[in-house]
Ligand binder design. Sequence first.
Ligand SMILES: *Cc1c(COP(=O)(O)O)cnc(C)c1O
Length: 332
Amino acid sequence: MNLARFPRRRYTPNATPIEPMPHLSAHLGGPELWIKRDDLLGLSGGGNKTRKLEFLVAAALAQGADTLVTVGAVQSNHCRLTLSAAVREGMKCRLILEERVPGSYHADASGNNLLFDLLGVESVTVVPAGTDLAAAMQAQLDDLAASGRKGYAIVGGGSNPLGALGYVACAEELLGQSFEMGVAFDHIVVASGSAGTHAGLLVGLTATNAGIPLTGINVRRPQAEQEGNVHKLAEATAEFAGLKSGISRDSVVALDRWVGPGYSIPTAEMVEAVRLLASTEGVLLDPVYTGKAMAGLIGLVREGHFKPTDRVLFVHTGGAPVLFAYRDVLAA
Ligand SMILES: *Cc1c(COP(=O)(O)O)cnc(C)c1O
């Protein structure tokens, strides 16, 4: 596998830090917990979509596109970062927001909705849950073409094989850091949503024969359904990246016990995790993804899932700008 063969824009100058979390580890009386700070990736506010966009936007530019079109939930980090990449590249951006929770979109909300406005979004189209999102994006592409412009559609979360390459690269990056630091990790834990992050990491860890089990914590779907999604995307990404071997179904683990009542709906465990990370390590999680993923990691520690001597790496995928839209849920 040779990722240098794929055109790539660069939005983060260096590797994101890997830091120990001694206070959290002591608080839980558990294994040695570490964190990969992908919340510090480049573009406005950071987060995992930045890595995917490095490859996706390079493809858009290669095709001569002048406008990025994408889709996400009402407080989508992916939409914020796609818009930010468009600004960086001198492109326009149109967003389609899916109201997964009816009545949840408020144009004047804080968090990412404010940032869509600040970053100069060209248009925001709100559609109900269950809308054919591919068709909604195609309608935008057709509309752009009718006025002599060229749009490039990016799937939700940037989770196709090209976008997932960003997390194949992240696996290579973190293994290099692990080697330089002389710190070998026994487990990696990450949030699992539209699956590109989980699938990309899995492909990178498989391709390098790293031997580190990866556990996804779901934010939306039941375990079997999410594992199927991750496996399918990982197989497609492996083939796209030129990996000879496949991805074993057994290596895909996506636990659903911390989803709660549904996507983006708060849980007590999420609130505990967000408050605990802030007050022990000064790390800001988010209510929709990393708060639930960290709740999963904390839950696994308490269940005795890890050995006391294990080193466990949590991949922080970002999302802190959404905190400000959840004040009522998170405040003490
Ligand atoms: C999108 C997102 C995720 C989930 O990543 P996927 O690649 O969609 O599975 C996790 N954390 C944050 C903050 C996100 O915005």
